[in-house]
Design a protein around this ligand. Structure first.
Ligand code: SAM
Length: 284
C-alpha cells in the first residue's frame, strides 16, 4: 500500500511543492487505503500487456498499478504535478507519464507506440467533468482494450450501466452496451477523497466484448444517432434525431416503425437492438 493514502502525508507533499488543488480539473485525490489496491486488482492489470491510466494526480493509483502491471502509461493534464510525480513514482521504473489532455491525444497511436498495439486495460479515477466524453472516446475508437475500470460519480455509474430502453439510460449507455458488459463493482464514499467532493462515487468495470451483441453496418452512425436521440430528452426520438443529423423527420419515423418502435417513442424507450436497426436503415 502506498503512503499516499495517508492524508497527513498528502497534505505535507502538496505543501512542500506549493501545490493548490484545482477544482476545475477535478482534483480530488484518493486517501482511502483500501480503494486503490481493490481497483488495481479488479482492473486485470496483472494479466494484460499494460495499463493506461487517465489523471494520475499525485500517483496513488499509479503506484498501486505499477506493483502488478508490466507497464503503466499515465496521462496527466496538470504539468504542475511534474515534481510531485517524479518524487512519488521514483521507485517505479515501469511507469511513464504523458503530459496532455486525454481528449486531445491520439490514443490509438499512443497505445501502438507504447504497447506495440497489444491488448491493455484502462484504470482511472476519472475527473468528473469529462466522464462521458472519456468513456465515449474509449468505446468509440477501435482501441485494443480488454477492460476499462473507472471511478465515476455514483449517479453516473448507474446511468452508464443502465441498458438502453430503461429510463435511467443515456447516450453513453448505448455505446457501453454495444461494446461491453458493464458492472458496478463497489461504491466509494465522498470521505475517501482529499478534498471530499459533494457526491459519492462508484467503481465500474466494462469488459470489452470481442463482437458486439447486435450487427451494425456503420458504427459511427450508431453513435451519432444515440447522441442525437438523447440530445433533447423532452422531444421524441424522431424530432431529436432529425434535428441533430439533418435527416427529414418522416424518414426517421419510418425507420422507427421498421425497428418495431412507435413513431413517437422517446430516446430512453429504444433498446439497443432498435438503435442498431435505426443505424442500419439511416446510414444507407
Ligand atoms: N488518480 C488520482 C487519484 O485517484 O487520487 C487523481 C484523480 S483526480 C480525480 C483526476 C486527475 O485527472 C487530476 O490529477 C487532474 O489533474 C487530471 N485531469 C483532469 N483533466 C484531465 C484531462 N483532460 N486529461 C488528463 N488528465 C486530466
Amino acid at each position: 500500500m502506498s503512503h499516499l493514502s495517508d492524508p497527513a502525508a498528502v497534505r505535507e507533499l502538496l505543501a512542500r511543492h506549493g501545490l493548490r488543488l484545482s477544482k476545475g480539473l477535478g482534483q480530488n485525490f484518493l486517501i482511502n487505503p483500501s480503494v486503490c489496491p481493490r481497483m488495481a486488482a479488479a482492473s486485470g492489470a496483472a494479466d494484460c500487456a499494460g495499463v493506461l491510466e487517465i489523471g494520475p494526480g499525485i500517483g496513488v493509483l499509479t503506484w498501486e498499478l505499477a506493483q502488478i502491471a508490466p507497464k503503466v502509461i499515465a496521462i496527466e493534464l496538470d504539468r504542475r504535478l511534474t515534481p510531485v510525480l517524479k518524487e512519488t513514482l521514483s521507485g517505479c521504473g515501469n511507469v511513464e507519464v504523458i503530459w496532455g489532455d486525454v481528449l486531445e491525444l491520439d490514443l490509438s497511436r499512443l497505445i501502438q507506440e507504447k504497447f506495440d498495439g497489444e491488448q491493455i486495460c484502462v484504470c482511472a479515477n476519472l475527473p468528473y467533468y469529462i466522464t462521458s466524453p472519456v468513456i465515449m472516446t474509449l468505446l468509440e475508437s477501435q482501441l485494443p482494450l480488454s477492460t476499462i475500470t473507472v471511478m465515476v460519480q455514483k449517479e453516473a455509474a448507474q446511468r452508464l450501466c443502465a441498458p438502453p430502453g430503461v429510463r435511467a439510460c443515456g447516450a453513453v449507455s448505448v455505446g457501453v452496451h454495444y461494446r461491453s458488459r458493464p458492472k458496478i463493482l463497489f461504491q466509494v464514499s465522498r470521505g475517501s477523497f482529499l478534498p471530499p467532493p459533494n457526491v459519492d462515487s462508484a467503481v465500474i468495470r466494462f469488459d470489452l466484448l470481442p463482437t458486439p451483441p447486435v450487427a451494425v453496418s456503420h458504427e459511427p452512425t450508431l453513435f451519432q444517432i444515440a447522441r442525437g436521440a438523447f440530445s433533447q430528452r423532452r422531444k421524441t426520438a424522431a424530432n431529436a434525431i432529425s434535428a441533430a443529423l439533418g435527416i427529414p423527420k418522416p424518414q426517421v419515423e419510418e425507420a422507427l416503425l421498421a425497428a418495431g418502435s412507435p413513431a413517437n417513442a422517446r430516446a430512453e424507450q429504444l433498446t439497443l437492438e432498435q438503435f442498431a436497426v435505426l443505424a442500419n436503415i439511416l446510414s444507407e
